[in-house]
Design a protein around this ligand. Structure first.
Ligand code: SDX
Length: 428
């Protein structure tokens, strides 16, 4: 007998089914609530609402667990590669060598973008934020690959769109950067690996030899793994709801890129560095800034701290914090803001305001320090997040399609005016 819960409304008893996940998460299935009771639920910001059932990523915010398809993020960050993790997220299993070689080859043969993309890029002034350029270039793929608009595309066609998304994202990202700095774009060098190819497109200059530093490429690969998916976060939920209307993978992910841009979400990594630089300029007075973060009348928040789900350490923050130390040491970089970040963390983790609200460093708190050490400019930090999140967005969009989920259309509670007669303007 499936488990149910009883809801009593106006003296009438309603039994609602309970859904239990593979990690024993519990949900009350309210699919028939309105038909049976006339009531809907209200949960602004979806803090208590599950939008779907998914087999891709599991996270436990209370204990700080994050797993992609059952594999611990700690193992994947240490032992895997970004393209291997991308394959795992999208297809559900770690690839064999032959599968990974084919996947890598297929991606490598699609890194070029249509020459007409340059005409779109030329339309963006160099003052454009790279995230806006990225979202536009990514969506423009619908113009170059109109067959991708077919909502009933074949499996082979969907695979081609998946490969093109992963292959061209670094090219779009690097070109968005070149547009911002007024340099000519570089074409992808397919003799290089995924991250090295991106770094060369980003930083190579005409008439100069460019050697990719393997330490930088390896650090970037680890960062992309750590950002690859995170279940139903804001931008992934955006990809899913756009995809639920049977929009193409390119327009769905372009919407996700825009959602990630916000400072409360993926834009936080950029805001963390701005915050740390301001604290440094202000003489490094960390106590003053912690007090500002706690002051309800002060709009300042400790960026990179707090999380909707993690009420314990974000496991990614732990890995990135250690990687920051390792990478800066290997590169011989001494970044004073790293010490400021560590001091802020130390103070906050003892302060009742943060302890009571279970506010811990999240993935964005230390990532910007590594990006900066890798020579990546601040405006490109969220672009790096988007590049990492690409496999997760693809996997979630693909799962939604395969599960034939209905179009997403939430209800509301109306609080506006009741019916009233139209007044001619002369009588208003
Ligand atoms: C990401 O969802 C995901 O998985 C996202 C992500 C992913 O991988 O996709 O993990 C990536 O987006 C990480 C989060 C990056 N954002 C930031 O670092 C911005 C700073 N953090 C906050 O704005 C906030 O913590 C959120 C947005 C992350 C979460 O907000 P919630 O869950 O809506 O919580 P809330 O805003 O209601 O805060 C609860 C309380 C409030 O105080 P009270 O009203 O109870 O007195 O905690 C306070 C908030 O004022 N609070 C903070 C704070 N974060 C929350 N106070 C000071 N500094 C902060 N950073």
């Amino acid at each position: 007998m499936p488990k149910t819960v009883e809801l009593i409304i106006d003296g009438k008893s309603h039994h609602l089914p309970v859904i239990e996940g593979s990690e024993n998460e519990l949900a009350i299935d309210i699919s028939d609530l309105r038909d049976n009771t006339g009531y809907v639920t209200l949960d602004v910001g979806y803090k208590n609402t599950g939008a779907t059932q998914s087999a891709i990523t599991f996270l436990d915010g209370e204990t700080g667990i994050l797993r992609y398809r059952g594999y611990a993020i700690e193992d994947l960050a240490e032992k895997s590669s970004f393209l291997e993790v991308a394959y795992l997220l999208v297809f559900g299993e770690l690839p064999t060598k032959a599968q990974l070689d084919k996947f890598t080859h297929d991606i490598t043969t699609h890194t070029l973008v249509h020459e007409d993309v340059k005409k779109i890029l030329d339309g963006f002034p160099s003052t454009s934020h790279p995230m806006g350029v990225l979202a536009s270039l990514f969506c423009a793929q619908t113009a170059f690959y109109p067959e991708s608009l077919d909502p009933n595309r074949s499996t082979e066609g969907v695979y081609l769109s998946i490969v093109r998304s992963l292959a061209k994202m670094p090219t779009f990202a690097a070109w968005a950067y070149k547009n911002a700095v007024g340099h000519p774009v570089n074409y992808p060098d397919n003799k290089l690996g995924y991250c090295a190819r991106f770094l060369k497109m980003m930083f190579a200059l005409p008439a100069e030899d460019f050697e990719v530093d393997e330490v930088v490429a390896d650090a970037l690969d680890k960062l992309l793994i750590l950002h690859a998916d995170h279940e139903q976060n804001c931008s992934t939920s955006t990809v899913r709801i756009v995809g639920s209307s049977k929009a193409s993978i390119y327009s769905s992910i372009s919407a996700g890129i825009n959602a990630l841009w916000g400072p409360l979400h993926g834009g936080a990594n950029q805001e963390v560095i701005v915050m740390l630089e301001n604290i440094k300029k202000d003489g490094g007075n960390t106590d003053k800034w912690i007090d500002k973060a706690k002051d309800k009348n002060d709009p300042f928040r400790l960026m990179g701290f707090g999380h909707r789900v993690y009420k314990n350490f974000d496991p990614r923050a732990k890995i990135i914090k250690k990687a920051a130390d390792d990478v800066l040491k290997k590169l011989g970089v001494n970044d004073p803001v790293l010490d400021i970040a560590k001091r802020l963390e130390e103070i906050a983790l003892k302060d009742p305001y943060f302890v009571e609200r279970k506010l811990y460093p999240n993935v964005d708190f230390y990532s910007g320090i590594i990006y900066r050490a890798l020579g990546i400019p601040v405006d490109m930090f969220t672009v790096m997040f988007a590049m990492g999140r690409m496999p997760g967005w693809i996997a979630q969009w693909k799962e939604l399609r395969e599960n034939k989920e209905p179009i997403g259309r939430p209800r509301q509670i109306y609080t506006g005016q009741k019916l009233r007669p139209f007044l001619e303007i002369s009588k208003r």
